[in-house]
Design a protein around this ligand. Structure first.
Ligand code: CO
Length: 138
C-alpha cells in the first residue's frame, strides 16, 4: 500500500531557530523558505536531506492542531511520518477497510497534493500522513 517516505514532520516552537541549525547540518541550499499554511494551522519549512525531507512545522494561529503537541513537548519533537501513495482515495478506502482510523477527509497538504492522517494508535504510536505522490505515479 505505502510507497516511499516523503518526509518526517518535526514540530518546533521556532522554525527560524531550526532552519538555522539545519543550514549548518545540511547546508544552506538544503533549507527552503518558510511559508504559512493557514488551512492546516501551521507555518512550514522544508529541509532537504539526501534521501528524504524534514518538514518543520510551527503553530500558526490560536487553533493550530500542534499546540497540544508542543504543550507536551515544549522543545519540539518528531510529530509525524509521511508516506506517498499513488491514489489518495484508494488509500483512504484501504485504511478504512482495515478498520484503521482515518482522521478527516483528504485535503491539500504542504506539497500541494491531497493528504490525510491515520491515527497513531493504529500505526504503532506514529501519527502517519498519507500523501498522494507529487510525481503522479499511478
Ligand atoms: Co507532513
Amino acid at each position: 500500500m505505502l510507497g516511499r517516505v516523503n518526509h518526517v514532520g518535526v514540530a518546533t516552537p521556532s522554525i527560524e531557530q531550526w532552519a538555522e541549525r539545519y543550514r549548518v547540518l545540511l547546508g544552506a541550499e538544503a533549507v527552503g523558505e518558510p511559508f504559512d499554511l493557514p488551512a492546516q494551522g501551521v507555518r512550514v519549512c522544508f529541509v532537504d536531506a539526501p534521501n528524504t525531507q524534514i518538514e518543520l512545522i510551527e503553530p500558526l494561529g490560536e487553533g493550530s492542531p500542534i499546540h497540544g503537541f508542543l504543550a507536551r513537548n515544549p522543545a519540539g519533537g518528531q510529530h509525524h511520518l509521511c508516506y506517498e501513495v499513488p491514489d489518495i482515495h484508494r488509500a483512504k478506502a484501504w485504511f478504512e477497510e482495515q478498520g484503521m482510523r482515518v482522521l478527516g477527509e483528504p485535503r491539500i497538504g504542504a506539497h500541494g497534493t491531497p493528504i490525510f492522517f491515520v491515527h497513531p494508535k493504529d500505526m504503532g504510536g506514529v501519527l502517519t500522513e498519507i500523501m498522494e505522490s507529487p510525481r503522479g505515479e499511478h
